[in-house]
Design a binder for this molecule. Sequence first.
Ligand SMILES: Nc1ncnc2c1ncn2[C@@H]1O[C@H](COP(=O)(O)OP(=O)(O)OP(=O)(O)O)[C@@H](O)[C@H]1O
Length: 869
Amino acid sequence: MKKTSDDKSNLSLQQQGEMLLALSDDITRIRDKNDLITLFKKRIKGIFYFTHTIVTLIDYKDETYTPFLLDNDGSPIRNHTRYKEMVHAHFSLNEPFIQAVLKSEGPISFFLADIMDQPLSPPFLRVNYEKGVREILMTCLMKEGRPMGFVHIYTDKPDSFTPAFRSMIKAMAPQLSSAVSNIIKNEELQNKEGEKSFLLEFSNNIAAVRTKEDLALTVRAALGKLRPRNGFVIRRINEDNATMSPYVYELTNKPDPKILRALENSAYPISDGLQDRVLNSNIPMLFNVDREISRGIRSAYLQYWKTLGFTDIVGIRLRNGETNLGILFLDIDEINIPLLQGVCSQISIAMANIMANDMVTRKQDEQAFLLDFSSDITQARTRQDLQDAIFKVLDRTIHTKLAMLRVIDDDGIHLSPYMYDSSLFANTPEHFEKMVHGEVTVHQPHTAQVLASSDGVMFNIEEELKSGSDYAKLWSSTGLKNVYGLPLRVGDKNIGTIWLLANRLSQLILKGICAQIAVAISNIQANEKLLAYKKQLEVENDYLKEQIKTIYNFSEIIGNGEEMQKVYRLMSLVADSTSTVLVLGETGTGKELIARAIHNASPRKDKLMVKVNCAAMPANLIESELFGHERGAFTGAIERRIGKFELANNSSIFLDEIGELPLEAQAKLLRVIQERELERLGGKQLIKLNVRLIAATNRNLEEEVRAGRFRADLYFRLNVFPILLPPLRDRAADIEPLTQFFVQKYSRNAGRKIKKVTPRLLQQLRSYTWPGNVRELEHLVERSILLATDGILDEVYIPPSTDASRQNAAILLNRSLDEVERDYIIETLKRCAGKISGTGSAAEVLKVPGNTLHSKMKKLGIEKRDYVV
Ligand SMILES: Nc1ncnc2c1ncn2[C@@H]1O[C@H](COP(=O)(O)OP(=O)(O)OP(=O)(O)O)[C@@H](O)[C@H]1O
């Protein structure tokens, strides 16, 4: 198999010497691979025949040799299908062919046909043979006394390797060895230089980076030069310090955009057995995706990498000082540790700067945001202003919605809805209504948890759904992930809770907003209280004015007749007590006057008596008027209202025209009188009362009870101490003092002096029946003042019916007694509105028993149509 060389050279020794000298001169000039290729192709090929050469280098680590220098152009095998594979292949040193070369003192040649099919022979021998090459000449290149590689010279013609050729190769071998050494050194140097300038350029570029986007561009450009096979990804440690998310990445095989979005939004736990390993290693870590999966690492990203074609990955931690920032994962199998570390330290600095910068900008944004909110909220005077400010601020925190704001009631236990965004629950309005109006107390678990927390509690809606919470069902209808429950606090005092729906929220913003909302609410509440107090003062003021008017008008009750004396006695008996008084009497007899006099003579006189006219109120508002209502108790109840009973607390309430009270209100009034406490409409709180009740009516309550229009039980409660005021027609003795009193009062008002009221007039007044009682007399006098001449009041304006009866009197003499009696009864019946018997009836006026009047009427033929007008 080994072929001895035949000397077929025609060169003389001298020629050979000269040629060697010239070649050695060329060899010393070799700086890189190209120079060496030129030497073989141009210089040596000009002297000896061969097809091509290659130089291989030995790698003692794995006992192999691999191509170093290839004469690509000259090689006949470069079109062979296995050429590419040959170029990067490592061939074993432990096989007979190469062992023979290593053992040979000088160049040694082989016929390929002899050696190529030996069991361990390198494949390139057959590949060359297949392309027509027939013989190979090999010589060792030496470095420091041991082989460092081989020169392979191939030929397709026999006898190419002449003794002269061989001896020249032998002679050249040492110089070729040192040339190859130089080339290697040079390449290493160049690589180092390249790395240096690469790092320098990267460092320059990265110094200009200000944003994450700049960083992405710069890193992509730089890492692209390291030629990662499938790309790279930089992951950043998230704020929770427990997970990592992609920060900057580049993928050669673009995954479907859905997967890409999922990857971008993922947060992978740090402690997954891989990321934590990289973060704890101070040198880059090379790992294999399949091996990590088979080791049981479950993190989804490994599966993604596998589908994207990642196989061998280098992971290097990114660190700023002692703080881990993230990891660079690079799909590459040859690691240049110093270079990667250099790149990573630059990325780390840039990342740390950008993150610090982002934080400053975020803080500035948040501060500006809070400042805006603060200025909006300080102007909030009403609930509506506050709601506008809150909705505005929430609009700016993307995807954050106000689910509910509740305020703790005065009882310190219940929480009432204060503000909410019902549009959020437009899909489930009934469910929402139910939840809004359901009872919530400070002991309810979610609320208690929030009120006890310092900065609020985040509830994951999906988790809450598992516990079957009704609230969670409502929340989940919005599609948002979390609900944030925060306490609203002023100083140390909880005043309510706020519930925000969002996927994610900044703690700083939340705390800032809540503190301001709490202060605003307590201001608004104080404002509302102030307004309510002001309103109450205004109402009290109205009463005061009315009372002053009353005091001015009725500082004394006029009339000392026998009938009134009875009334005064009863008044003085009851005034001091807290007993309910029922003042009865016809219209205008002075019932209100008496009620006020009782109050003014009672220990409660320092507080105002509150008057309610039961006949003057619209039926649907009576209850709210008497007992008050809470905001929202019924449509139109836009704010809380204090009822007359509450207003009269520790004083007296005067229920005028009590007979007109509708039955429904009667029931509630009865309850309040019995329990001595009330609940506002729509309220839950019981309010204790200490109110003295004085009621008045001109109706016959007993008859009303019988007719089913008045509750018997209420009548008994009211009729504790009845005072019946006599009609004016029964108080003939009081007519003169009352007339004098009204003359003085109204002449003063009209600026006229009335010195005298004539006895004729007084007689006329006394004989009148006064259906309108004292009020009628008062009005009559008031109107008549203007008719007086010379300061003498001799005439009053008598109503037409009275006029008619006077005319009748003039023709009395021409008529029978029966006729006169008949007319007189009809006239009386007309005045008494057709009432025959009972209080205010004709029988009473005529001072006959009701039965007698009935039979008289029958006898005289008086029928209903005679007196019903
Ligand atoms: N004894 C009296 N002395 C002076 N003025 C009186 C007296 N009684 C009644 N008046 C006057 O008569 C008017 C009617 O009185 P008051 O309103 O108290 O009657 P009332 O019985 O409550 O009437 P109503 O049933 O229509 O509510 C009042 O303006 C008052 O000035």
